[in-house]
Ligand binder design. Structure first.
Ligand SMILES: *[C@@H]1O[C@H](CO)[C@@H](O)[C@H](O)[C@H]1NC(C)=O
Length: 283
């Protein structure tokens, strides 16, 4: 139930003000992120309000979060490489470390001017991925910033675009024995790199280096995560920790999957002649 806006009680005003201040503080990219590679091609600008990654023929660039999370809800606004971005990949993901790592991936595969980006998603658990689903977007992701979010709680992982769920990966560990990430802390990573061998129409379209440098922009990072410090991590009673998909969310996700999904490993029978992975039989 949304609070009524018609007659705001005066006692609410200091509260509203206080929450606005803490939101602004949470959005400082200097505090949240460190540029990890790229030899100066990654930059934090505007007092920590904007981060840009760039790619030229010599090198791309990347950053990672200072914190590690055990469960989280992360949001980032991203404006993808405009114009002819064929061959470029902008990755934005959560990952733990090591051979049996867990990973939750968004990858944005560039294209020729005017042709659609592909949003490539994957989920790795205990080092095993092969769970790709790909989508087109219902807007041009290079014109403006849009919000890309990952919800990771003990029940499920949900990928969102501008608040609309596009994909869900349920915790089926107890019922189907599908490993689910619950123990390894993950960091946020992002990078801009060249993958002209496969990114655009399967590698047919190469990167046009006369357009370099290519630049993607990031802002308003927000992690409502359970920050891991040492071994202990505590989430308290954060609402998203128990958040599931209600009927409305499921309807929205159906709409995206019916209209914008271009690949789903769970329907690729050529790839799984022995039968689909167990999570595929759960609607
Ligand atoms: C690029 O555009 C072509 C033509 O519309 C499309 O087939 C392809 O899926 C698009 N995206 C990528 C990343 O290749």
């Amino acid at each position: 139930m949304a609070p009524s806006l018609s007659s705001p009680s005066l006692t609410f005003l200091p509260l509203l003000f206080a929450s606005a201040v803490s939101l602004a503080a949470a959005g400082n990219l200097f505090q949240d992120m460190e540029i990890t590679w790229g030899d100066g091609r990654g930059k934090i600008l505007n007092n920590g309000q904007l981060l840009t990654l760039s790619l030229d023929k010599a090198l791309g660039s990347g950053f990672q979060s200072r914190n590690e999370y055990i469960f989280s809800k992360i949001d980032m606004q991203i404006k993808l490489v405009p114009g002819n971005s064929a061959g470029t990949v902008t990755a934005y993901y959560l990952s733990s470390q090591g051979a049996f790592h867990d990973e939750i991936d968004f990858e944005f595969l560039g294209n020729l001017s005017g042709d659609p980006y592909i949003v490539h998603t994957n989920v790795y658990t205990q080092g095993k991925g092969n769970r790709e689903m790909q989508f087109y977007l219902w807007f041009d992701p290079t014109k403006d910033f849009h919000t890309y979010s990952i919800l990771w709680n003990p029940k499920q992982i949900v990928f969102y675009v501008d608040g609309t769920p596009i994909r869900e990966f349920k915790n089926l560990e107890a019922t189907k024995g599908v490993p689910y990430p619950t123990k390894q802390a993950m960091r946020v990573y992002s990078s801009l790199w060249d993958a002209e061998d496969w990114a655009t129409r399967g590698g047919l379209i190469k990167t046009d280096w006369t357009q370099a440098p290519f630049t993607a922009s990031f802002r308003n990072f927000n992690a409502d995560g359970c920050v891991q410090r040492g071994v202990a991590s505590s989430c308290g009673s954060k609402g998203w920790m128990t958040q599931g998909m209600d009927a409305d969310s499921l309807k929205k996700m159906q709409w995206v999957q019916n209209n914008y999904m271009i690949y789903n490993y769970c329907t690729d029978s050529k790839r799984f002649p022995q039968g689909f992975p167990p999570e595929c039989s759960v609607i």
